[in-house]
Design a protein around this ligand. Sequence first.
Ligand SMILES: Nc1ncnc2c1ncn2[C@@H]1O[C@H](COP(=O)(O)OP(=O)(O)OP(=O)(O)O)[C@@H](O)[C@H]1O
Length: 365
Amino acid sequence: MGTVDGFARQVTASVGGTGAGGEGFITLDGVEKVFQVRRRTGPLRRERREVRAVDGISFQVARGEMVGYIGPNGAGKSTTIKMLTGILTPSGGRLRVAGIDPSRERTRLAHRIGVVFGQRTTLWWDLPLRDSYRLMHRMYRVPDRRYRENLDRCVELLDLGELLDVPVRQLSLGQRMRGDIAAALLHDPEVLYLDEPTIGLDVVSKAKVRQFLKELNADRGTTVLLTTHDLTDIEQLCRRVMVIDHGRLMYDGSVAGLHAVGESERMLVVDLERELPPIELASDGPGPGSGSGAGSAPGSGSGAGSGPVLRAVRVEGVRQWLAFPASMSAAPLVARIAAEYPLLDLSVREPDIEAVIAKMYEAAP
Ligand SMILES: Nc1ncnc2c1ncn2[C@@H]1O[C@H](COP(=O)(O)OP(=O)(O)OP(=O)(O)O)[C@@H](O)[C@H]1O
């Protein structure tokens, strides 16, 4: 752990984006959460054990920021969010959201925050969406006009028109998620916590949710803290990302910086017109097979002087998996491949969070 701690200090110091001085809109200062758990160790014996779910985390988020909060399973993400909503009380440290201590003034804070837990719904299972929203209107005492405006906006942007009279239990996961996001926004919260908002969604639903969040943040200046296992969510939505592992902040900085620190790789998966030797492209020159049309057979050489920036790591018939540094833009590589190889189809795969974090550990001094 010592090495990793040293590494964490190094990356947060060098790439960190918390900004010194002043109080953030969301501020955590040495926040801890320790759970006491009992475990049966024999027929009559029970052992008490401490789980340090959050272990001294400090960061600040400015008003209007959209920040990714990522980490492997059990890292402490949900526990942090629960403390930020006031559901859980920290065991130590100081925490403020919009100047409010969440666990002490949970009700007051509730009017200023919205929460979406992707794995659970805040909607009433047997009621149509419209009725759940009416109940929330009353609960949060949202002025009528404001409520109607917010509802109309969410219905339009989240494409909920056809679904308002459908009981929640009959909605698909993607429809329910959009319904939940609308529910979290009816009272105009200044902060939105999203815990896995795209989990289990298909590509189209994910795109809808992401587009909506982008617009929400841009138009309304809503501060967003986003927890996800999908790095594409982070790539598309957040300029800043924090990584936690074992309850500690491992990294706080840009998404590109995360890839650089973790030396992670993205993958282009290409389908070619015919089987070819493994593709390799050098960073500073035309790829192999220049002048090749569909009829030529490009070789696997690379430009002089530098190593390959993209290389095939797997070949199966006409399909090749081409790895390249995740900090690089895929666009110029795609253009080169399309120009130089007989390309039929192509997709980009993002590295998963576990792989990026594993690389961070490997890279730790
Ligand atoms: N109520 C609880 N009682 C005891 N331990 C808990 C409790 N809630 C969480 N933990 C433990 O705290 C640690 C962090 O859990 P948490 O749910 O915050 O992780 P996470 O990063 O959100 O994980 P995931 O990505 O799997 O949702 C885990 O070891 C978990 O088992």
